[in-house]
Write a protein that binds this ligand. Structure first.
Ligand code: GRF
Length: 202
């Protein structure tokens, strides 16, 4: 399966996918890595691995619609079977979502703590357990059908950085596992449920 990964920052999840995809038996080939800003640190890592990169900088477009249309065009050119949002900090519009299946990794157990500050919000709330979720992206913010979740305990003395570090270790592992399964087995989305196997629903 052809996979495009979208990033905004360090790209540690992307790097884990690149490493896994180096083995042909993984079933997914990372055909390109895209970012919403030129300075996304992960882009260099992708280039070093010999993967095509592109940027559709949000700042270059007049409005969200134009940016989404431009991103959609870039994605179409890659002909992906699956798009992975791995630390991509932008809301994707209908232009993209109607044409591609997009999965996202989120650093909390959804539906708890959606949004850009999930780790900080979980700590502030005082939960003893949080975690990570891989889900299909829909038009809401972190609201799409859940594919997989793993719990992470909040330890005494945790701050946002230490907790996020442990969550990211779990995210990498889960994302590599889920993307490989989707690529090898295909998937169908019906309502809130994602079923692995069967025909690849585009
Ligand atoms: C991850 O924790 C992701 O869930 C969150 O941002 C972080 C991105 O990290 N939305 P990286 O760019 O994959 O290193």
């Amino acid at each position: 399966a052809r996979v495009v990964v979208l990033i905004s920052g360090a790209g540690s999840n992307m790097a884990a996918l690149l490493e896994a995809a180096a083995a042909p038996s993984y079933g997914a080939a990372i055909v390109a890595v895209g970012a919403d800003r030129r300075g996304a640190e992960g882009l260099g890592r992708a280039r070093e691995a010999g993967v095509d990169t592109f940027t559709v900088p949000f700042a270059d477009y007049g409005d969200r619609g134009e940016w989404n249309a431009a991103l959609s065009e870039r994605l179409d050119a890659c002909r992906p079977d699956l798009v992975v949002s791995a630390g991509f900090m932008r809301i994707l519009g209908a232009e993209v979502l109607e044409r591609h299946t997009v999965v996202n990794v989120h650093p909390a157990l959804l539906p708890a703590f959606p949004g850009a500050h999930a780790v900080r919000d979980a700590l502030a709330y005082g939960v003893r357990v949080t975690g990570a979720t891989v889900h299909v992206v829909d038009s809401g913010v972190d609201t799409g059908p859940v594919i997989e979740q793993v719990a992470v305990r909040v330890e005494p003395g945790d701050d946002a950085a230490s907790l996020h570090e442990r969550i990211k270790a779990v995210e990498r592992h889960m994302l590599v596992d889920v993307v490989g399964r989707l690529a090898r087995e295909g998937w169908t989305v019906s309502g809130r449920h994602v079923r692995l196997g069967g025909t690849v629903a585009q």
